[in-house]
Design a protein around this ligand. Structure first.
Ligand code: ADP
Length: 165
């Protein structure tokens, strides 16, 4: 049986830190589903779920045979059940991620004991890379090209130019 894991998050937008986690996770699991969490009642991100999925697919084309990109609404553990995944991957950066991630993992276990959460750390090169910070810096005119894939950088520049400040 194939070991399938869901790497879930908002990915608004995907960064090189996220991509590093996907590549590392493929060393442990046979198949990774990058699951973009979104709220169908209300789009809250800078990018829509459809845009986020398209950017992730583009960044991972070389791994398309083992990586699937999808968007899901509702509970992550229910999504795991629907697609037959028994593992959730989450990335850990600094200690500050720990409390939130630990709570989420415990809650997900409470909701569904069949799904296990695995934590992975990205390369130290991306230890401080976060989507929120990338958006903030880009909106102030800072150069984030080294932290996100080229397609995301282009989309960020375009989106922020159109966004009313
Ligand atoms: P969230 O919805 O929790 O904000 P994100 O889209 O920010 O999720 O990220 C998805 C997952 O990837 C989270 O577990 C987050 O901690 C992790 N992550 C984000 N950036 C990095 C990074 N640079 N290195 C390692 N893990 C990361």
């Amino acid at each position: 049986m194939k070991r399938k894991a869901v790497y879930a998050g908002s990915f608004d937008p995907i960064t090189k830190g996220h991509l590093d986690i996907v590549r590392r996770a493929l060393g442990v699991f046979d198949e990774i589903v990058v699951g973009v969490a979104y709220n169908s009642a209300k789009e809250t991100g800078l990018f829509t779920a459809v845009e986020r999925v398209a950017m992730i697919r583009e960044a991972l084309t070389d791994l398309a045979d083992r990586v699937e990109v999808d968007a899901f609404d509702g509970l992550l553990v229910d999504y795991c059940d629907r697609i037959g995944a028994h593992a959730i991957i989450r990335g850990l950066r600094a200690v500050s991620d720990f409390e939130y991630e630990f709570q989420m993992a415990m809650m997900n276990r409470h909701l569904n004991d069949r799904v296990e959460t695995y934590f992975m750390t990205a390369s130290e090169a991306y230890f401080y890379t976060a989507s929120r910070l990338v958006k903030e810096v880009a909106s102030l005119g800072g150069n984030v090209s080294g932290l996100v894939p080229a397609g995301v950088h282009r989309a960020l520049v375009e989106k922020l130019a159109r966004k009313p400040s």
